[in-house]
Write a protein that binds this ligand. Structure first.
Ligand code: ZN
Ligand code: ZN
Length: 349
């Protein structure tokens, strides 16, 4: 009896010791991890070239693995965001991408999945660089209204931030967008980086643009959202890389049947409606072959693919239609096209 009591006392002391020790240990590990994360700056240094980070590769269809549309472009001293759907910009920040140096946001079109996640871009650029001027938001007609809407939405927040952190950290004037409606053609030209918008076919959404991005001889074309169109093939003629949206109707059909069968006819109809203003992987492969690009990257992936096991079903016979590599982008994919080379390097953040 006495021995059992001693054992219990020993166990109680041991548990108390572990409990006592647990807190400082957890705190110490957390502080080390936090310090190394804060020290991370994935955009710093590196060779000269055209860098791309896929911050969002999804669509409005709920997908736990993909944020909505977003691509970050880094070239020389330029840092440009193309589209900013829900969750995408916050995902960049979580991966150690510092956005204080963000120069502008370009929009392909004004669908919600391309514009509804822009508030963090504004805040992170503002407080990351103590910016005193608004962040340029450039895109098709209507972009100025989106900028004005964001500025109205965030006016109170901006005044709170300045009031709380002070002019040295959140200066008046930096917490807003400067919207600019631009026509097709060159929308950005600085330090060797030239970005031109061209009209694609996302009817009834019009205008909707793709972008041709060139830097020191390297060329990348972004389709934006579009049905298959010759405009993409001609903009991508001889480019290094075509980044094309992709939707696989054969997989969408499974979702449509499920929605019909479970009494959700309106959502089912939406899954039918979306078929006519997007591009299948096979059609994107045809366009890549026509343009003669080195590599095809598919993004804006619909429907969600819960595992890589579904990649072959998503691609269909796209690999037979384009001889070059085809990659299905995921959030955190980073590509780098060095200046003066034909290489395309890939890794994941
Ligand atoms: Zn979209
Ligand atoms: Zn769209």
């Amino acid at each position: 009896m006495r021995r059992a009591g001693g054992l219990l006392l020993l166990l109680a002391l041991l548990a108390a010791g572990l409990w006592w020790g647990r807190v400082p240990l957890g705190e110490s590990v957390y502080q080390r991890v936090a310090a190394s994360r804060a020290d991370r700056d994935v955009l710093a240094g590196g060779a000269d070239g055209l860098g791309l980070i896929f911050c969002g590769t999804g669509t409005p269809l709920p997908d736990p693995d993909r944020a909505e549309a977003c691509l970050l472009v880094q070239a020389g001293a330029n840092l440009i965001l193309i589209d900013g759907g829900d969750g995408a910009v916050r995902r960049l920040a979580a991966k150690g991408v510092r956005l204080g140096g963000l120069d502008a946001v370009l929009l392909t079109h004004l669908h919600s999945d391309h514009i509804e996640g822009l508030a963090p871009a504004l805040l992170l650029r503002w407080t990351g660089s103590a910016a005193r001027t608004p962040l340029p938001l450039i895109g098709p007609p209507g972009t100025g209204r989106v900028a004005a809407g964001y500025n109205l939405l965030l006016a109170a927040d901006a005044s709170y931030r300045t009031g709380h952190h002070g002019e040295a950290i959140a200066p008046t004037g930096g917490g807003a967008f400067a919207g600019r409606d631009a026509g097709p053609g060159v929308v950005w030209n600085r330090d060797g980086l030239v970005i031109s918008g061209f009209a694609v076919n996302h009817a009834p959404v019009a205008p909707a643009w793709g972008y041709r991005i060139s830097y020191k001889g390297r060329v990348v074309v972004v389709s934006g959202d579009t049905a298959p169109t010759a405009a993409v093939a001609s903009a991508a003629k001889g480019a290094d890389l075509l980044i094309h949206e992709a939707l696989q109707p054969r997989l969408i059909a499974g979702i449509t049947r499920g929605l019909d069968g479970s009494g959700q006819p309106r959502t089912a109809q939406i899954t039918r409606d979306i078929l006519n203003y997007h591009t299948t992987p096979e059609q994107a492969a045809d366009l890549a072959a026509r343009a003669g690009v080195r590599e095809l990257v598919l993004t804006h992936i619909a429907p969600p693919l819960p595992s890589r096991l579904f990649h072959p079903a998503f691609l269909g016979d796209a690999p037979a239609r384009f001889a070059g590599p085809i990659r299905i982008a995921d959030d955190g994919l980073r590509l780098f096209l060095p200046a003066g080379s034909t290489a395309i390097a890939a890794d994941r953040l």
